[in-house]
Design a protein around this ligand. Sequence first.
Ligand SMILES: [Zn+2]
Length: 144
Amino acid sequence: MSELRHVVCPGCDSVNRIPVARLAEGPRCGSCHAELLPAHPLELTTGKFRRHIERSDLPVVVDFWAPWCGPCRAMAPEFGAAAAELAPGVRLAKVNTDAEPELAGQFAIRSIPTLIAFRDGREVARQSGALSRGDLVRWVRGVV
Ligand SMILES: [Zn+2]
């Protein structure tokens, strides 16, 4: 019996149970057939946030950003490249703090970009300021 991981679908938010050995094989959602672990960051809204953080067995690293923030825009391609490098073991996600002020308030985001790493629904680390792809990957691997 293979070990299973709960993975929340980016498309329909269903919780899928995927054998660990199959995580790297491009698994698809049993409900909507969307790719469960795409190699790019997932956009999280207030409505989706808790489910994706709390029901996922994979660590989730969230970039709290805003469209007017130059360093955030500069980091976006680095974050995307880090998402591809860290997939499928770690999920990278983005929260637009202009569109989701409740989440920014809930996590006391005082400067952007701020990265927060979650495991089992709990914050395990945070870091403020833009990082390059290499530093992002090293930071994530060090905290999750
Ligand atoms: Zn789905």
